[in-house]
Write a protein that binds this ligand. Sequence first.
Ligand SMILES: [Zn+2]
Length: 217
Amino acid sequence: MPHRQSTFLRSIALVTLRAQPMAATEFMELALDQAKLALDNLEVPVGCVIVENGKVISSGSNKTNATRNATRHAEMEAIDVLLREWQSIGLDQALVAEKFAGCDLYVTCEPCIMCASALSILGIREVYFGCVNDKFGGCGSVMSLHKSSSSDDLTGSQDTRPRGFKCTRGIMAEEAVALFRNFYEQGNPNAPKPHRPVRVDQQLLVHIIDGHLLKGR
Ligand SMILES: [Zn+2]
């Protein structure tokens, strides 16, 4: 926990000390720090940060093993930090939605279908990710939930209508894949051996783990 806190504080310090706006790769480096934290804790190494007005306001690393909860992906961790904070200061649903509409997410691997769907409903502005998640990716690989902005009101509620979001892929993808490779080389005590080794397609930087991504992240 102290390690996580120090990484996050370092992230905040890095951002606040800079006069110039940070580039996407600089935010992705902070997301990679979170992924390394997951790796240190024997979790599938995925990390993210959420940025508002050029500042990191939340971060998350995959915690599915520690929590024994397959939904505790890095994105969910980072989202929950903000939801708790904003609800504690009394923001209602409309104001929370307004806040998310001004936020961008940087995550080391393409959000899975569950996370992409949540991000779309929350109405995040833009998602930047590293490597693709060709088994469970919800931003173009398996489904394209970022394009699911719809005027169809199936539920009758503005709050649960997917809004979709802009999506940019391939930022520091090689670094993200290297962490996955590292993870499977060091061995995941909580998962069976992969049927196939992690493979890096030099064109697409496709990350293949045969279902382990769903277990682990
Ligand atoms: Zn996910």
